[in-house]
Design a binder for this molecule. Structure first.
Ligand SMILES: [Zn+2]
Length: 460
């Protein structure tokens, strides 16, 4: 079996990945807070974990991997958006959630096994707070319940920060009712017009960190294998998740491997609204197909800071043109089921070395271009597609790519299934059904063209 090595933030070194149960490898990745359009950084992180998920499925089998990525749908940022815009909270979170899912599909990310929403797990959060109060790791003060960092000698281990450094952290709220200024909120009171739930401590809402502790333990168990997220979450979010879970569930070590992706920069500087270099995913995807952005993300190592430039995006688009051009030339050549190249698997297994994996993909495209005999073409095409799949690339019909690209692989599969059903209907001389399918597709803006080699389609 392939041995996977991952850079573990907890130990600060690259470690051999040994799952707790190889029959059920479990990964939790912090998802977005749904209050606005996802930005470029919100796109990069899930692409990295999607490749890790694909690798885990390849090595352990798809039925033996559970990937959970949450949605934070209760948070002060959402509340602020509601106050600013006057829109109902539910409307904000639903709309933003749908945008996010659409962006994830466009980027070619597989759907995780579960996308839990925080508001569906409030009772589980309350249970964790009760446990922490009962075992002396939390205390009540002025309507809040706070986690006592002094009650956990190893607090700070994940981020490697001293108490002094943690206190200097900009994201710590100072309040006189805290025993230690680093103590953080598990539960806080809500005003009557704010979102809230009844609890033993009154009407209120959970602290952000608590959400992930509750959802991960409920869906993956108290102990699981991989916890991911952007490296800006290491402190305080992940440090606090870990503190809550380890202290609430006695004997739990929580996540074994903490895998963090590097931050995204634009033109060499941090992306920020004030610098005018802030881009949402949908803004960037107006300039190039999402698959080009995915390829661009994969040209750098996930752990390193990533520098986005539009020039890089256009270069990635040009690389994909080359790839799809090679595939277009062998469009009629059949594809055989082949295993991925060991070199590609080993590159990914070495802490997701996607830049190295991509060099092999380029080599395979060159081989495909040079292939002469039919047998060679079948071999080279099958090899290229099997390896590209591991990276979530080259899933489009090459003709569709050159027609401007289709950003939705689910949609592509649905259209092709309908075309197949129509061909079947025509074969059975069921003209009514065939016409009905053609008209249905036309209504979706998909035009069919019947030719000697079958039916092709394009967007109107
Ligand atoms: Zn989280």
């Amino acid at each position: 079996m392939t041995q996977i090595y991952l850079n573990n933030t907890l130990s600060r070194r690259k470690e051999l990945f040994e799952p707790i149960d190889p029959q059920n490898v479990r990964m939790y990745v912090c998802g977005p807070t749904v209050y606005d359009r996802a930005h470029l950084g919100n796109g990069k992180t899930p692409v990295s974990y999607d490749v890790l998920y694909r690798l885990l499925c390849y090595v352990y089998g798809k039925d033996h991997v559970t990937y959970v990525s949450n949605i934070t749908d209760v948070d002060d940022k959402i509340l602020n958006k509601h106050k600013e815009s006057g829109k109902p909270i539910r409307e904000i979170t639903e709309e933003t959630y749908n945008w996010y899912i659409e962006d994830m599909k466009k980027l070619g990310n597989l759907e995780p096994n579960a996308r839990p929403r925080a508001t569906d797990y409030i009772q589980d959060m309350i249970e964790i707070v009760k446990r922490l109060l009962a075992n002396g790791h939390a205390y009540e003060a002025e309507g809040h319940v706070l986690f006592s960092v002094d009650s956990m000698p190893s607090y700070g281990t994940l981020s490697g920060r001293s108490m002094k450094e943690m206190l200097a952290g900009a994201r710590i709220d100072i309040a006189d009712y805290k025993k230690n200024p680093a103590d953080f909120v598990l539960w806080k009171p809500s005003a009557a017009d704010e979102p809230g739930w009844n609890s033993p401590w009154g009407y209120g809402r959970p602290g952000w960190h608590l959400e992930c502790s509750a959802m991960s333990s409920k869906l993956l168990g108290n102990d699981f294998d991989i916890h991911g997220g952007g490296n800006d979450l290491i402190f305080p979010h992940h440090e606090n998740e870990r503190a809550q879970s380890c202290c609430a569930f006695e004997g739990s070590k929580f996540a074994r491997y903490w895998v963090h992706s590097g931050m995204l920069m634009v033109d060499g500087v941090k992306m920020s609204k004030s610098l005018g270099n802030f881009y949402t995913l949908d803004e960037v995807l107006e300039k190039a197909p999402a698959e080009a952005l995915r390829l661009l993300f994969l040209t750098a190592h996930y752990h390193q800071p990533f520098n986005f430039t539009f020039e890089g995006l256009y270069n990635a688009k040009a690389s994909l043109d080359k790839f799809y051009n090679a595939l277009l030339k062998v469009k009629e050549v059949k594809v055989e089921e082949v295993p991925a190249d060991e070199r590609v698997v080993n590159a990914l297994a070495d802490d997701l070395n996607t830049p190295l994996a991509l060099t092999y993909l380029h080599e395979m495209v060159n081989n495909l271009n040079k292939a002469q005999s039919d047998a060679e073409k079948i071999k080279c095409k099958s090899e290229l597609l099997a390896n590209a799949k591991l990276l979530g690339l080259l899933w489009q019909d090459p003709e569709v790519w050159f027609r401007g690209g289709n950003n939705d692989q689910v949609e592509t599969a649905e259209i092709e299934a309908k075309i197949k059903a129509r061909s079947e209907a025509k074969k059975n001389k069921d003209w009514a059904t065939a016409d009905k399918i053609r008209n249905e597709l036309k209504e979706q803006g998909i035009l069919l063209e019947d030719g000697p080699n079958g039916t092709t389609w394009k967007k109107a």
